[in-house]
Design a protein around this ligand. Structure first.
Ligand code: N01
Length: 496
């Protein structure tokens, strides 16, 4: 039997899909990509609200194979990140290989391979299936009473109405996650009245966003390692003077002096920025910092003290045709409502239906039985399936391009195995259970084990994220532990 490389179907042309495609091109592994939109970019294509910017340092947000040295700011606007992703896709000539406007609705393991069907009824087959569909993709708008009665424009932050001009309007922003903070910050500088409705205030990282100096830029270009060290030193200096101890997130993981010191630093920062005791009380979060992702905002505290911004602490009671009533019963007249109310962070690949060996649908299986996952990537009974950034993935404390590169490395290890042996692989139920147990039992003592509220947690309060650091991540995806897998017949073994 002559061996052949397995073919790969990638669903999603965002950051992870592009990273994987690059590696497959390099290794001459055949692949096809499906993208439901008309261009690449994922979250950076979809989120175009005013004020959007990258909240990690851009220097750590590049693909290792496409380093970029000339970002306008350390935390550049979202549009610049989207331009970067577009350019990388163009340079890799990916656009020729991506089936745009092609939403995959169903994937079925049939005859030792994956059969994919799109919304338009087009079908395709591949030996391996990678769901690179992102983890904050499905917007969530609570079922507010009366929402349908509102007469003005209303939309989710990730579905910004680009034809909407906020100037001269009374705009309500519901929510104070990273999106609500950035939107309120941007609107506060326009000629509009902004009312932000905050059910739970968050701690904010007020780190300065500066331009890279010419020296930094040239160093980045000529000597990437040295340039990065200078950048890190500068970031470190900022961290020391302005919320401290953020370097590796250790304080999130273990109680003790580190956590107390971080709490103290955030509290002092809030007090230094908000002198008015009423506003300060309104903006003081009930939870310790670190349970949620801490939004970066150099100017948010200044923004909410501008005369055109009003903060309402509390929930929404109901919406009417010209505004809304808050949970205190007060009416707020509004011309537009922005729902910065977050995402279904546990949707993963949904609404695509994925049927494995037993014919059971994966989304339904996870809903009824909890997330059964191995190394946050693979699933028992679903051979050669990879869910990028699946349950318990490191979406909180390690730059996404780095974790993505390690996941891509793992996918190729499996590809090598199946090319060599002509068999498909899925983790055993025991191996997946052991992985989930390892993570769950490691949550003890972390900030996520406290009674705090965050999109990292499910409705039942279970934290579904990676509680360790980078080193553990690298080690976890370093080796293919053959004993953890069951093998299955594959269409590859029919190859001649
Ligand atoms: O969403 P969120 P987000 N009534 O879930 C409120 C990334 N990101 O889109 O806390 C009233 O954080 C909810 O209130 P509460 C980043 O990882 C990155 O802002 O549930 N309010 C909360 O205030 C981030 O963590 C960038 O009480 C309701 C808000 O809506 C993640 O995306 C930029 C409500 C939701 O906050 C999500 O951020 C933007 C209700 N019924 C986002 N339901 C970058 O810069 C919800 N809320 C890279």
């Amino acid at each position: 039997m002559r061996k052949r490389q397995p073919s790969v179907a990638i669903v999603g042309a965002g950051l992870s899909g592009i990273a994987l495609a690059h590696t497959l091109l390099e290794r001459d592994i055949p692949f096809v990509m499906f993208e439901k939109a008309s261009e690449v970019g994922g979250t950076w294509r979809d989120n175009v609200y005013p004020g959007i910017c990258l909240d990690t340092a851009a220097a750590t947000y590049c693909f290792p194979f496409a380093e970029k040295y000339d970002w306008s700011l350390v935390h550049p606007p979202g549009g610049e990140v989207q331009d970067y992703l577009r350019e990388v896709a163009r340079d890799l000539r990916l656009n020729e290989r991506i089936r745009f406007n092609s939403e995959v609705t169903e994937c079925r393991w049939e005859g030792g391979q994956w059969e994919l069907t799109t919304k338009d009824g087009v079908s395709a087959t591949a030996d391996m299936l990678v769901m690179a569909t992102g983890f904050l993709r499905v917007p969530s708008i609570p079922a507010f009473t009366g929402r349908g009665d509102f007469r003005g424009p209303q939309f989710h932050s990730a579905e910004w109405n680009t034809g909407f001009d906020p100037n001269g309007k009374r705009v309500g922003v519901i929510g104070m996650g990273s999106s609500g903070i950035q939107i309120t910050g941007a609107l506060s500088q326009m000629d509009c009245q902004v009312t932000q409705f905050i059910r739970t205030p968050q701690w904010i990282h007020t780190r300065e966003n500066h331009q890279q100096s010419r020296l930094e830029r040239s160093l980045f270009k000529m000597l990437p390692a040295l340039g990065r060290r200078i950048q890190n030193a500068r970031e470190e200096k900022i961290r020391r003077s302005d919320p401290k101890l953020l370097k590796n997130g250790e304080w999130r993981r273990f109680p003790g002096p580190g956590r107390e010191a971080a709490f103290q630093a955030f509290r002092e920062d809030l007090e230094a920025h908000l002198k008015d005791p009423v506003l300060r009380a309104k903006m003081t979060p009930p939870d310790l910092p670190g349970c949620r992702r801490i939004p970066l905002s150099p100017g948010y505290y200044e923004a909410i003290q501008r005369p055109n911004v009003t903060i309402v602490r509390g929930g929404i009671d109901h919406i009417v045709e010209n505004g809304l009533y808050d949970s205190h019963g007060d009416f707020h007249g509004l011309d537009a409502i922005v729902y910065a109310t977050g995402f279904d962070a546990h949707a993963y690949f949904k609404p695509t239906k994925i049927f494995g060996v037993s014919g059971r649908e994966l989304g339904e299986r996870w809903t009824s039985g909890g997330p059964e996952i191995y190394r946050s990537l693979m699933v028992p009974d679903y051979p050669n399936l990879f869910v990028m950034h699946g349950p318990f993935a490191a979406i909180n404390n390690i730059p996404i391009p780095l974790t993505t590169a390690e996941m891509v490395g793992y996918v190729t290890k499996v590809a090598d195995y199946i090319a060599e042996h002509g068999r498909a692989l899925a983790p055993t139920v025991e191996a997946a259970k052991a992985y989930v147990h390892w993570i769950q039992s490691s949550m003890d003592g972390t900030i996520w084990a406290t009674d705090c509220h965050s999109w990292y947690k499910t409705a039942d309060g279970e934290a579904i994220l990676w509680p360790f650091g980078r080193q553990e991540h690298t080690a976890m995806l370093g080796e293919l532990e053959r004993a953890d897998f069951a093998d299955f017949p594959s269409a590859l073994s029919e190859a001649v």
